[in-house]
Ligand binder design. Structure first.
Ligand code: IFM
Length: 468
């Protein structure tokens, strides 16, 4: 069985938990609290382009995307949305849309072309300009230090398999904070470490395309370690910053109510969700992964990883269903789901899973402040002859998920903001440009931006605090 990321996420979905909240919008619930942040998220390699400009070094995604057959249609991030040159117009769209927050990522190889050592001043200058422009537009910048574009030079030294990466990452974090920490308040360390571990190092399909069970666990653990090292470094070097990280979280269900499938769900939940949350928030790894983690656990690792954070970023797309498969790498396989709606990625539409996830953070992880830092959907957008995009399915998707956020808040979940994925259509990793997640359409040959119906709809929600 070929396990692609698409197949993987498409396995989400059967078996709703309690019937009290249906998997659709509860349109009559109250509005969002005052001060709730509304925004959009992006990532450097997915939008910037300009990969050889102003001293940027190569990243693992440059290498991977130029590998024949790696990316659909042979696409690369070389130009992407040309955001490196077009950011003023993109920020106008944010501002005009009524958004108050923007999450972007800093490209590590733009700042440190070799990953460590000599800083590239032009790389920092670029992000300096972005931050100033965001603040001038009264948009709160959320900066993410790592959204998958590891410097190739560090991959050549072992990347996420070399324990030195904890120090490399903390050094890089400090370099960026020294320049931007006077103006950026919200700092996320990593984006979706379990995706990096699984698709970059376990099953393959993402850069650096490594495979194997031990490879997966080492990459996961060293991301946790690097995250802890960077949190500690920033906490002491720049007190006062709000520090956090971003996890992709997906409630996991067994396909069948059998002991074997239930155990498969426990294993998968441990690998995918809890091996990121527990060491960070509780200082332990889940028991079912101990045999894999113990051989690679240094004596002080857990205390390095277990750091206080000011917020958790939650990326939510769907739930997951798994079943037992003794022959598979992790003893689990994707189960069948029974969702009624699917996105163009083949992912089930399951707003209720977002509610469940937020409630779990409230109940099991101390109700720390949460931002939904990604939520959104790819659909087959059609530009009408008059140049409009009526993406009703995306509007429905957003409305149904936001209704769940609103209900979660009403029930005491500490959710502070919602940032849609994504501002722009962009380079969707192994899918290249074939999947469009933006609320703004990008016509790649001309780089023309066309706001979709979802952009106007979400902007109105942002301005009024109420679901239209
Ligand atoms: O495009 C990605 C993003 O980079 C990380 N989270 C999921 C999105 C959609 O697949």
């Amino acid at each position: 069985m070929v396990l692609t990321r698409r197949r993987f996420l498409a396995s989400a979905g059967a078996m709703a938990a309690t019937p009290a909240i249906a998997d659709s919008a509860a349109a009559t619930a109250p509005g969002f609290p005052q001060g709730f942040l509304w925004g959009a998220s992006t990532a450097a390699y997915q939008i910037e382009g300009a990969v050889r400009e102003d001293g940027r070094g190569p990243s693992i995604w440059d290498t991977f995307s130029h590998t024949p057959g790696a990316i659909k249609n042979g696409d690369t991030g070389d130009v992407a949305c040309d955001h490196y040159h077009r950011w003023p117009g993109d920020f106008d769209l944010l501002r005009q849309g009524g958004f108050s927050a923007y999450r972007f990522s800093v490209s590590w190889p733009r700042v440190l072309p070799e990953g460590t050592g000599t800083v590239n001043p032009k790389g920092l200058d670029f992000y300096d300009r972005l931050v100033d422009a965001l603040l001038a537009a009264r948009i709160r910048p959320f900066l993410c230090l790592y959204h998958w574009d590891l410097p190739q030079a560090l991959q050549d030294r072992g990347g996420w398999h070399n324990r030195d990466i904890a120090a490399w990452f903390a050094d890089y974090a400090e370099v960026v904070a020294a320049r931007l920490g006077d103006r950026v308040g919200d700092w996320a360390m990593l984006n979706e470490p379990s995706v990096v571990a699984l698709f970059g190092h376990g099953l393959g399909g993402h850069a650096p395309n490594l495979k194997g069970r031990a490879s997966f666990f080492l990459a996961l653990h060293l991301q946790n370690l690097a995250q802890g090292a960077a949190l500690a470094r920033l906490r002491s070097a720049k007190p006062g910053l709000r520090l956090g990280t971003v996890l992709n979280l997906q409630p996991v269900r067994p396909e069948a109510d059998t002991p074997a499938d239930r155990q498969a769900a426990v294993i998968w939940d441990a690998m995918w969700n809890r091996s990121c949350m527990d060491p960070l928030l509780k200082g332990t790894y889940p028991e079912v992964v101990h045999a894999d983690i113990e051989p690679i656990l240094g004596p002080d690792d857990l205390s390095t990883i277990h750091q206080p954070i000011d917020f958790l970023g939650v990326n939510y797309y769907s739930r997951m269903v798994v079943k037992a498969d003794a022959g598979a790498m992790f003893g689990t396989a994707w189960g069948k789901n029974a969702a009624k709606r699917y996105t163009a990625m083949g992912w089930p539409v399951e707003p209720r899973g977002l509610y469940d996830q937020l409630a779990e953070i409230r109940d099991r992880y101390g109700n720390i402040p949460v931002y939904v830092t990604e939520n959104g959907a790819a659909y087959e957008d059609v530009v009408t002859p008059s140049g409009k995009i009526y993406d009703k399915e995306r509007v429905d998707f957003l409305r149904d998920h936001l209704a769940m956020v609103r209900t979660a808040i009403a029930e005491g979940c500490n959710v502070k903001g919602y940032l849609v994925w994504s501002l722009l259509d962009n380079f969707e990793w192994a899918f290249g440009y074939s999947k469009r997640f933006g609320i703004v359409y990008v016509d790649y040959p001309t780089q023309r931006r066309i706001p979709k119906q979802s952009y106007y709809w979400l902007g109105q929600v942002a301005r009024t605090g109420r679901l239209a």
